[in-house]
Design a protein around this ligand. Sequence first.
Ligand code: NAG
Ligand code: NAG
Ligand code: NAG
Ligand code: NAG
Ligand code: NAG
Ligand code: NAG
Ligand code: NAG
Ligand code: NAG
Ligand code: NAG
Ligand code: NAG
Ligand code: NAG
Ligand code: NAG
Length: 778
Amino acid sequence: MLLRVLLVALSLQLCASTDTITPSSPLRAGDVLTSKAGKFTLGFFSPGNTTRRYVGIWFTKVSVLTAVWVANRDRPIYGSNGTLSIIEGGHLTLTSGKTVAWSTNISVPVSLNKTNSTSCQLLDSGNLVLTADNGKTLLWQSFDHLTDTFLPGMTLGLDKRTGLNRYLTSWRSKDDPRSGKYTFQVDPKGSPQFFLYHGSDLIWRTGPWVGQKWSGVPDMTHAYIFNYSFVSNANEVSVTYNLLSDSIITIFSVDGLTGTVQRQTWHENTKHWTKFWSAPKELCDQYGECGPFGNCNPNGGNQFQCTCYPGYKPKSPRDWYLRDGSAGCVRKENRSMCRNGEGFLKLASVKLPDTSKAVVNKSSTLKQCEQECLKNCSCVGYTSADDSGGGSGCISLYGQLMDTRMYPSGGQDVYFRADAVELERQEEAERSLWTKDAEESDASSELPFFTRSEIAAATDNFSMANKLGEGGFGSVYKGRMENGQEIAVKKLAPNSGQGIQEFKNEVRLIAKLQHRNLVKMLGCCIRGDEKMLIYEFMPNKSLDYFIFNEENKLSLDWNKRFDIIMGIARGMLYLHQDSRLRIIHRDMKASNVLLDKDMVPKISDFGMARIFGNEQVQVNTTRVVGTYGYMAPEYALEGLMSVKSDVFSFGVLLLEIITGRKNSGFYHDNPSINLVGHVWELWKEGKSSEIVDPSLKDADIEELLICIQTGLLCVQECADDRPTMSAVVFMLNNKVELPSPNQPAFIHKGRQQDADPSSSSAGAYSVNELSITSMIDG
Ligand SMILES: *[C@@H]1O[C@H](CO)[C@@H](O)[C@H](O)[C@H]1NC(C)=O
Ligand SMILES: *[C@@H]1O[C@H](CO)[C@@H](O)[C@H](O)[C@H]1NC(C)=O
Ligand SMILES: *[C@@H]1O[C@H](CO)[C@@H](O)[C@H](O)[C@H]1NC(C)=O
Ligand SMILES: *[C@@H]1O[C@H](CO)[C@@H](O)[C@H](O)[C@H]1NC(C)=O
Ligand SMILES: *[C@@H]1O[C@H](CO)[C@@H](O)[C@H](O)[C@H]1NC(C)=O
Ligand SMILES: *[C@@H]1O[C@H](CO)[C@@H](O)[C@H](O)[C@H]1NC(C)=O
Ligand SMILES: *[C@@H]1O[C@H](CO)[C@@H](O)[C@H](O)[C@H]1NC(C)=O
Ligand SMILES: *[C@@H]1O[C@H](CO)[C@@H](O)[C@H](O)[C@H]1NC(C)=O
Ligand SMILES: *[C@@H]1O[C@H](CO)[C@@H](O)[C@H](O)[C@H]1NC(C)=O
Ligand SMILES: *[C@@H]1O[C@H](CO)[C@@H](O)[C@H](O)[C@H]1NC(C)=O
Ligand SMILES: *[C@@H]1O[C@H](CO)[C@@H](O)[C@H](O)[C@H]1NC(C)=O
Ligand SMILES: *[C@@H]1O[C@H](CO)[C@@H](O)[C@H](O)[C@H]1NC(C)=O
């Protein structure tokens, strides 16, 4: 122990270093610069097993050496010597023996007599700055010469005055920092966008900045972790960001190995970089996947993902039917669209087509935008320039509309020019605008189909003794197959609103979803109208059996509960983001979280919305399916469903796990308030730890408070304010400072809310239990 302390003290001694290079004190191989607060280190390093040596900057505290900047990336040095020094003229130069490997090459050299007042300092932002006149004149900075990493505080983009273009270039490989093929840079034309290139090929585009996010990054809705700002004016087009909490370590970089741009966050407890986000993620993200006037639909199941804009047909039918959509679409009929009764049709919830030929007018309304576009016959479409807060401003589109794709949520509406005949036709066909046509053949099924007699035998003819429960979607039975494997059989309620073929397609897709925190689907069984899904059996029942029972809850200590919370969050993240299908669960609750023999949580009933066809998810409050107490207000009241309504349910569940109380069954001394409302009241008074389940004596209080606050962020009234599941996973994993939540939805039941003029909009959601129940039943 003592030895260990000594070693640590010794290594601290060795590491004690300066943050500055001066003409009289160069940096030699083996020495490092450390920024003032110790965040960043600059020194010599060799990536991987190589003997090539580079000068770079890395995070001091990240134990996996991660160079965020490299000086001599294209000219490594060999051998153990090397010096980084300030030479005459004020240049910062890296030499090895007589070879100059790298130099700042500033355009106006410093006069001889000033060289001595030149110095080079590593700042806590990770920026290496070279200054003259004792810091008064900036000569050069590493933030102007990016390698593959975009750090907080950096600026990415074009300075139109000087022509300086700051962009990212990938490494060749994990241990070779030489400039690779992938770059990420701004295209300032039209409405500016950032592009990921491979050489000169376009791979992916962010789309234009539409107020608070890129059109092509729809999950970037709220600043929980990062605060991005985008500037586009006569002087520059650029983006920069900072972190809302200083303790977060995160990088955005171009990865040459996967050909993606990605954001990773450092998780100190596991000592790993974790992928937070990346693009392109799926086929529809590939630039021009469906060509001009084609729209890419990632949720088409087995269908070809490309569709033509209404009124358009594949330009090259042969390629199209061979599932190559890159030639795109052309108009079905060549009717004039110039002062000939033409108008506009809407593409809903899409990534805006390439705006490099677009014209932006920030002071125009959408109506004026339409009028202006109609007047100019070469204008092919329009949309809002700022999609936040209901939309404002105008983007007029010209040329071919390229690289459009659909989003399950967070997309923007685009209006494109169509002739009079087409307008009429579409009006009729409106309802079936985007429904898929041909049904897929049944060939090459990978999912086992069980016979009904096999299942009947396994469940004793669906005997009452084997019945495990009944849910919104049908009844569940326990069974044992001939080979001894235990299964759970879900007999679906009739009227799933789907044909057999569609059902099979959906089941096949959903069976492909595999994650440690999802219950595994083993197969299905269909006979006549009867449909069954076969799952692996979970011996430890569901979460509600434990957390809501005074005795059973004792077997879940805080560490177990925290693991369960993390598991559920990861499972949901997979459903929302990482799986190919982007599934909205829409009935997240304690009884839908099953526990395996090791008490690992497994989400069940996912994909039910897909299996049950789409009509139940439409805006029709009388058919909303869900469970009172877990439903987001916009879903319960308007039937609006999104990943954010799932996040709401997760938030409720999280608070239930911590408190051991049901949201809907909670009656404290004040019968008019539910659990969420109660937690909120206590949180406002700084007393939220009082609500924690008394059986959690062992809890890490800091972790608990982060969980409570995360829960409250998830149940905020406004869906846009709620974090995404990736942000939730991040918050739970990292003890970072979280923003303050706004008032949650549904906190009062029955009783009139206290008059509070500042929260008048909240009143709209103050609905009592009875009315919600009757809406569901009715
Ligand atoms: C690098 O070194 C490690 C351990 O010394 C070894 O396992 C690995 O195979 C080496 N990698 C390469 C690419 O040589
Ligand atoms: C490295 O430096 C040492 C001392 O400065 C010198 O003796 C040696 O020859 C140098 N090695 C190389 C490869 O330049
Ligand atoms: C230094 O910069 C000048 C222009 O500023 C350029 O012409 C020259 O090639 C550069 N030299 C090196 C070694 O990069
Ligand atoms: C530094 O050099 C410039 C010319 O190179 C001269 O004009 C100036 O007076 C000198 N300054 C000092 C402090 O020597
Ligand atoms: C700059 O430093 C060099 C070497 O340290 C010294 O010889 C020279 O006199 C200094 N010049 C000035 C102007 O201080
Ligand atoms: C976010 O950035 C903007 C502009 O850079 C700044 O005005 C604002 O204060 C920042 N917000 C936070 C919470 O850091
Ligand atoms: C469409 O019609 C215009 C004139 O109305 C003609 O100039 C053009 O060539 C036609 N295009 C095609 C593809 O037929
Ligand atoms: C922007 O739109 C408004 C309203 O349509 C119009 O008055 C104004 O002239 C437009 N500005 C430009 C630069 O076109
Ligand atoms: C139509 O708009 C384009 C792009 O703004 C412009 O170049 C062209 O002159 C306009 N045509 C007419 C007739 O106004
Ligand atoms: C199940 O039902 C079938 C006919 O409905 C019957 O022949 C069979 O014996 C039953 N099996 C059991 C285990 O009850
Ligand atoms: C979970 O199931 C396993 C295997 O059935 C059992 O040994 C264990 O005691 C159960 N755990 C709890 C907390 O009930
Ligand atoms: C809503 O659902 C009810 C009951 O299924 C049905 O009668 C009604 O027509 C639906 N309304 C709409 C607008 O679809």
